[in-house]
Design a protein around this ligand. Structure first.
Ligand code: ATP
Ligand code: MG
Length: 297
């Protein structure tokens, strides 16, 4: 079993009133940061982030999406946009983060990743710190930042997940996806001391099947792990979604009344109706301070 990574935070200069939990002066409103992740690949994270972001922006929210599948990003392809710059230009120092912002449908703002650049999957702590602190400044005034991570338990994936206020684990009803989701939660709990995460069941045949998947995971996590999982809802399996993907268009845009389209509307409404119970500690949007520590998993 791996040792628990300390979340000891080294004090950094504060921008706001000490310990108030309130937005510092000049900050328009706090940004809600959600990381969407999964143990197994291909369970629908990118489609979920894109459709949820689109629907939230149609409901009047200012949404930004970070494609954090840094080396193999495909959010831009899914959205049918061709951004000129991406994260690789930022890491190489050729552009700053604000330069690479692209506009997606909705409209929402997109921070695109690169595709096929392996070194981006191995960012060092310093590079991540720089990226996260730049991002923290960039999201001022944004209502929701959705982070589309890569699958699995690599340090990149985990760092992007634990810096968010809310971690959404996507799972499909396949047994392999369920066991991989459990493995991911185990790492979140044991190595990163996360106390809770949300579960979204995608590709469900019915709401009942999705609930069953949740119950299975709730049972094993409750028995063996110190992490609470909260049911975040389901997205039904729907050919309309795959049809949209082929045309690089979102199901929520093309077929909002389809099975999947309605699920995204319902989910987006629920997200708006249920803000996180408490503001995170500190005065930044992101918990990137956890990177300032002696060792990395
Ligand atoms: N609700 C759904 N109904 C039907 N097909 C779906 C649904 N969700 C996802 N898919 C299909 O699954 C494919 C994979 O989805 P997506 O790329 O969003 O997964 P991912 O988790 O982001 O994958 P990766 O781990 O590679 O990043 C999509 O191209 C789409 O065809
Ligand atoms: Mg993806």
């Amino acid at each position: 079993m791996s040792p628990t990574v300390s979340r000891k935070v080294i004090p950094l200069p504060r921008r706001g009133g000490p310990g108030t939990g309130e937005p510092p002066p000049g900050r328009k409103r706090p940004t809600r940061v959600l990381a969407v992740t999964s143990g197994k690949g291909g369970v629908g994270k990118t489609n979920i982030v894109a459709n949820l972001g689109f629907t939230l922006s149609r409901l009047g929210k200012k949404v930004m999406i970070l494609d954090a599948d840094l080396g193999l990003g495909n959010l831009d392809v899914l959205l049918g946009i061709a951004p000129r710059w991406n994260i690789s230009h930022v890491i190489r120092g050729e552009r700053v983060l604000a330069d690479i912002l692209a506009e997606g449908p909705g409209p929402m703002q997109i921070l695109p990743a690169a595709s096929g650049i392996q070194e981006l999957t191995r960012l060092n702590a310093e590079q991540k710190l720089q990226l996260f602190s730049d991002l923290d400044r960039l999201i001022d005034g944004v209502d929701l930042l959705l982070i589309d991570t890569a699958a699995g338990i690599s340090s990149n994936v985990m760092d992007f997940s634990v810096m968010a206020q809310e971690i959404v684990v996507v799972v499909s009803p396949e047994p392999t996806s369920i066991t991989d989701a459990y493995a991911l939660m185990k790492v979140l709990s044991l190595k990163y001391a996360e106390k809770s995460c949300k579960l979204l069941v995608n590709l469900a045949a019915s709401p009942r099947e999705a609930r069953d998947v949740f119950r299975q995971l709730e049972l094993v996590t409750g028995r063996f792990l110190d992490i609470r999982i909260e049911y975040w809802g389901h997205i039904l399996r729907d050919d309309h979604l795959a049809r949209g993907v082929k045309h690089q268009r979102l199901v929520s845009e093309l077929y909002p009344e389809s099975r999947a389209g309605r699920c995204f509307t319902e989910l987006a409404r629920r997200v708006i109706a249920t803000p996180p119970a408490h503001r995170p500690k500190g005065d930044t949007h992101l918990f990137w301070h956890h990177l300032v520590r002696g060792h990395h998993p």
